[in-house]
Write a protein that binds this ligand. Structure first.
Ligand code: DHE
Length: 548
């Protein structure tokens, strides 16, 4: 294990010079008339854009996490500029698609030319289409009434194999593969039902799958595809409604759908297109970002990115035909993205492009505070612990600045620190996507997966929960050699170990590194031919009970 002292200042200066050069070059090579694309090129470019770019820049290219890419912005830059940015990436989180080998020179050129044209209209969807996509593979009455195997299913990890379109169920104890399941394209997240029995997965292609962990082996028991592009899924968790419903949050079309929790039967679809908070501009592409299930009311907290609103969607009347489904809209902030519970009461969501955290009090159903974070905060779900001086705190990493932002999170017991940044922990790299902790570990572990430096992307840091310093950072052996980035931390049920994925290319198996949660020694590697493009991992127990 080694402490790293990378030349951060020099890296930033070099990156700024690169951008400056490109800007100058962009002005020099600006072009007026967009070059034509054939029908085949248009089809290919639309698909690549949808798969690789729409998440950050929007299907309609209006911008959100990344800048808008409409012709008025792209024409003044020109093809070589756009090509260079897509090849090499940018420090604020723009991936280096070319350097990583995800897009070749021809594809980069095609996308650059595509970006000079008006965006094509993406397709809409109807309830009939959603119903047609719905499949129940194992009827509820044919499912087991108790676990059919002896393994500790509450300590199962659902591991996303992103580009394989698969979820691996891995035993947290033996670290053996239990089963491999086919799911949607580029699976994004898993969530667990309140009982922990079911994992729900959502793919970028909008395909939602329900995985029953009690079956031997665990299996996909139902599927539905309510949209073409999605990032979020959650189940109902309020007492009396455990496992009863599921909600899917879509990017395109911009909507959410509600499903039966045990069959995924589609019950409702609600558009989120609407008017932006404040300015009141109409936003046709107001996408659904993070969703969490309240424990205070039978409702989901649904964040609508481009209109800057948080909707409280009440599911208590869904089983009463003819009754209204109340939706309460709160004006919050533009560009809401990901977030998690603080102190099990406050949902903190990053308005990432505004460098702000919005705190929503789930008990009073109001905005408790807006907190300034670092540059482009990206919490995943964040990290919770009790600090001896500041009391309960919650922390996020930042994509664009080398720091972890720690926020006081207990207005009742520590009002003087509540919703204040009590520490900005200095880190060696930018590019953080995720941090995580567990009550049993003295550390908050943080990644730098989007660091433009290969060393940074292969590095993890452990931050002492008391001193609030990055006590130790280490480059994970073997990651760089495999061209892999260390991403997403998850603890086991007991909190004695944490797992981190080495996210590499589809053609090469990588590994998941397992560390002792106290000594930080690497204790195991999950390996095998099946370990390809692992990203997020979700422990059934910790995910069901929001332990992070
Ligand atoms: Fe994610 C969470 C959106 C890129 C892995 N990601 C989320 C959430 C949103 C989101 C809205 C919160 C869901 C919730 O809690 O309900 N992610 C986006 C994007 O729009 C973005 C920036 C670009 C895109 O095209 O998708 C994006 N995300 C990525 C990645 O590149 C990652 C690393 C790998 C991948 O899947 O492509 C990635 N995102 C994750 C993971 C989580 C996540 C693992 C859940 C973290 C957790 O611990 O809960």
């Amino acid at each position: 294990m080694s402490i790293l002292n990378p030349p951060r200042g020099r890296g930033i200066v070099a990156a700024l010079c690169f951008v400056l050069l490109l800007l100058v070059a962009g002005i020099a090579i600006a072009q007026d008339a967009p070059p034509p694309l054939t029908d085949e090129e248009m089809e290919e470019a639309t698909q690549i854009y949808f798969d690789r770019c729409a998440g950050c820049h929007g299907a309609l290219r209006g911008g959100a996490t990344g800048p808008g890419l409409l012709p008025e912005a792209t024409l003044v830059r020109g093809v070589p500029y756009l090509h260079a940015i897509m090849f090499g990436g940018l420090p604020g989180g723009m991936p280096d698609f070319g350097r990583q080998g995800f897009l070749d020179a021809e594809e980069l050129d095609l996308i650059a030319r595509f970006l000079l044209l008006d965006p094509p209209d993406p397709p809409q969807i109807s309830m009939d289409q959603i119903r047609e996509s719905w499949q129940v593979y194992v009827d509820v009455e044919d499912r087991p009434t108790e676990p059919q195997h002896d393994m500790d299913w509450q300590d199962f990890f659902g591991v996303i194999l992103r580009d394989m379109g698969q979820v691996a169920i891995v035993d947290g104890d033996s670290k053996e593969l239990v089963t491999l399941l086919d799911t949607g394209y580029a699976i994004h997240i898993l969530r667990a039902s309140q009982s922990g029995r079911y994992f729900q997965s959502i793919g970028r292609d909008g395909r939602a799958s329900l995985i029953d962990l009690w079956m031997d082996p665990p299996a996909v028991v139902a599927e539905v595809k309510p949209c073409y592009d999605a990032r979020s899924i959650e189940s109902s968790k309020f007492a009396g409604f455990e496992d009863a419903y599921a909600i899917v949050g879509c990017y395109w079309p911009p909507l959410f759908t509600i499903h039966d929790g045990e069959t995924l039967e589609p019950l409702k679809m609600v558009s989120t297109a609407g008017y932006e908070r404040g300015a009141g501009n109409y936003v046709p592409e107001a996408r659904v970002a993070a969703i969490v299930a309240s424990h205070f009311f039978p409702e989901w907290i649904v964040n609508v990115k481009e209109s800057g609103q948080t909707w409280l969607v009440d599911y208590s009347t869904l089983d009463q035909p003819g009754q209204p489904m109340p939706v309460t809209m709160i004006d919050t902030e533009l560009f809401l993205h990901d977030g998690g519970w603080a102190n099990h009461r406050y949902f903190i969501v990053a308005a990432n492009a505004l460098d702000t955290l919005v705190v929503i009090d789930a008990e009073t159903r109001t905005v408790a505070a807006n907190v300034p974070a670092g540059t482009i905060p990206h919490p995943g779900r964040g990290a919770n612990w009790v600090h001896p001086e500041y009391g309960p705190v919650w922390a996020t990493g930042n994509l664009g600045s080398p720091e972890m932002t720690v926020v006081g999170a207990a207005p009742d017991t520590h009002p003087e620190h509540a919703w204040q940044v009590v520490s900005s922990v200095e880190l060696p790299f930018t590019g953080t996507l995720f941090n995580k902790t567990h009550p049993e570990s003295p550390w908050v572990i943080i990644d730098f997966v989007m660091s433009p430096s290969p060393v940074g992307a292969a590095t993890l840091c452990a931050i002492d929960k008391v001193s609030l310093e990055a006590e130790t950072c280490w480059e994970v052996p073997g990651a760089q050699e495999l061209g892999a980035r260390m991403v997403h931390i998850e603890f086991n049920r007991a909190g004695t170990e944490f797992w981190v994925s080495a996210w590499g290319r589809m053609d090469t198996p990588t590994f998941i590194a397992v560390y002792d949660a106290v000594t930080l020694e690497e204790v195991a590697r999950v390996e095998g031919d099946w370990v390809r493009t692992p990203t997020g991992k979700f422990n059934a127990h910790n995910t069901a009970l929001d332990i992070y």
